[in-house]
Design a protein around this ligand. Structure first.
Ligand SMILES: [Zn+2]
Length: 374
């Protein structure tokens, strides 16, 4: 250890639970962080500060102004940059002693095993169900602890999935994914900006404890945090002997199609319409029904004149309110939820349904700047 490192890590070195040996373990550890967003920010920042020697980051996104309310890895000057480059610059500024390995890609069934293999621990900071199932499954197969965290509005939860250490995996808890569209994500439901800080730090602490082999990990326990009540609750978790991945008679041994499993695939065959074509139709006074499948509060922030509001999760119940003989153009914020709505309506026999590409966001940036962006 150099003089610099002795000073940098001095508050660790004076603790008998860490000491020189513990700091050496941290320096030699390799941690993969999936996502460089709300959870990934505090996770990566504190792991780098603690001297975790190699930090792998997986993300394919670019920094957006709306990220900065919680994604503190990135700054205002980084808006529009790749999250990987922005994260690397920030982490190396915080601690040039660590190696930051960038994986500027989606975490997919095709690359997940190869991405996870070289690391000791996976910290999952993703925000969607297909990636959670995938990262948990791959960690079971490669015998790596998977440190889970999720946030929703004012609440969050964290645990460590590690069947090889006695706990359950993600599938033991949630054998079936939620019905698509029933659980809104942060972009739809919002999240208190500080909340991923609390949950991400719980994940970072668990990673450091596993590396130091000290304390009691969250293996087999789910920690639930409610920011409004300012309460932490704990739930005992059990392994499911019937689990198809970590159970006694497993039936899944390699990555499956997780988008299909979760019903979240955006079907390429879904007919789409551009915002320019929509403008032409409106100007030509062509008859059609514009359908907004966002939440009520989003409709209050910004709307396109004449749009009927039915939030995505109510589509199935209210489909009969829509005209069967008229063309229906469905929009949401960016085009994802509306693609699901088009799929649901087609399953219910609606033939003349189109998805507005890019959603109301494209409408305000390309057609009508008077419609506020959010
Ligand atoms: Zn399991």
């Amino acid at each position: 250890m150099t003089d610099d490192e002795r000073i940098r890590y001095s508050r660790h070195l004076i603790m008998p639970e860490v000491g020189v040996e513990g700091q050496r373990r941290l320096n030699e550890a390799r941690v993969l962080c999936i996502g460089a967003g709300g959870l990934g920010s505090p996770i990566a920042l504190y792991l780098a500060a603690a001297g975790v020697g190699t930090i792998g980051l997986v993300d394919f996104d670019t920094v957006d102004l709306s990220n900065l309310q919680r994604q503190i890895l990135h700054g205002t000057k980084d808006v529009g940059r790749s999250k990987m480059e922005s994260a690397r610059d920030r982490l190396l500024d915080l601690n040039p002693k660590v190696a930051v390995e960038l994986h500027d890609t989606r975490f997919t069934s095709q690359n997940a095993v190869a991405l996870v293999e070289p690391y000791d621990i996976v910290v999952d900071g993703c925000d969607n169900f297909p990636t959670r199932y995938l990262s948990s499954d791959v960690c079971v197969w490669t015998r790596k602890p998977n440190i889970y965290g999720s946030v929703f509005r004012f609440e969050g939860q964290a645990t460590v999935f590690a069947p090889h250490l006695g706990g359950p995996c993600y599938r033991c808890l949630f054998p079936d994914p939620p019905e698509p569209g029933t659980i809104p994500n942060c972009a739809e439901a919002g999240v208190l900006g500080v909340l991923p800080g609390v949950i991400g730090l719980v994940q970072a602490i668990e990673a450091i404890k596993l590396i130091l082999e000290t304390g009691q990990s969250l293996v087999g326990r789910l920690l639930h945090f409610d920011a409004l009540k300012m309460k932490f609750r704990e739930l005992k978790l059990r392994r499911d002997p019937q689990c198809p991945v970590c159970g006694e008679k497993p039936s899944i041994f390699e990555p499956i199609d997780y988008e299909m499993f979760c019903g979240t695939r955006i079907d390429e065959e879904i007919p789409t319409i551009s915002v320019r074509d929509l403008k032409r139709k409106i100007d030509a006074r062509e008859p059609f029904q514009l359908l907004d499948v966002r939440e009520i509060f989003e409709h209050e922030i910004a709307r396109i004149d004449g749009a009927k509001l039915i939030p995505l999760r109510e589509i199935s119940a209210h489909a009969e309110e829509l005209p069967r003989e008229e063309q229906i153009i469905v929009h949401c914020h960016s085009g994802k939820r509306s693609a699901q709505a088009v799929r649901l309506l087609r399953e219910r026999g609606f033939r003349n349904v189109y998805n507005l590409e890019g959603g109301i966001d494209a409408w305000s940036s390309e057609i009508d700047p008077a419609v506020p962006r959010y």
